[in-house]
Design a protein around this ligand. Sequence first.
Ligand code: PGA
Length: 257
Amino acid sequence: MQIGIFENAEQAGQKAAEMIAQVVGDNPQAILGVATGSTPDPLYAQLRSWHKDGKLDLSACQAYALDEYVGIAVDHPERYRNVLLKNLVWENATGLKAENLHTLDGNSTDLAQAAQSYDSEIQALGGVDIQILGIGSDGHIAFNEPGGSLTSRTHIEVLTEQTRKDNARFFNDDIDQVPTHCLTQGMGTIMSAKAIVLLATGAGKAQAVKQLCEGAVSAFWPATILQMHNNVTVLVDEAAASKLELKEYYCERWSKL
Ligand code: PGA
């Protein structure tokens, strides 16, 4: 696990964008794993800016989303498909085509089947080339909440009260409007990615980042499973890094690699 500590969220996002640009530069048909939430906003802004300047083009890429709310209205702005369309597709944002943006169908009449077929698709690809991740304050990645299987495949999940509180800001600050269930890539699915870049910014993530980098691998802090992956880069700002015990060493190692 490489840990990069940056002055602010924009710089961490910029580094993540550089890592994506490198993968797409090497293979214009790269398969990207894309995250939602507010953390990747600076990253997506950078991708859009490079696309506008003609420096980056995702038109031959495929992208797979991590998760989706169950039962959210198709035109709801917080439906993750809509969030990703807005960030990466609409108005020729990055060149990514709508038909190449793959998302889970949280309105399927057979959610288990929707989860399974999505997982099979990713499995058939041998995992995505580069997966962007955020992290929940409770240590979830995608929507794999504490106490789940560390080898799960794509499945239906019940959101924790903490996650629904954290996400209420996207739903008029009303927790009752936040869906209770979701479909999420499983931990095993995420671990099949060839490279993983986890972004975490803000003091609210400091404890989760501490556990992710320095805690014992445990279903209580699901993100800790990433310690078992051989190509993970954690990009954090100073606030999210504030609880790391070996912070100085991580900085030294980052500067010398
Ligand atoms: P956030 O969400 O980027 O909005 O903090 C991250 C997550 O819940 O995975």
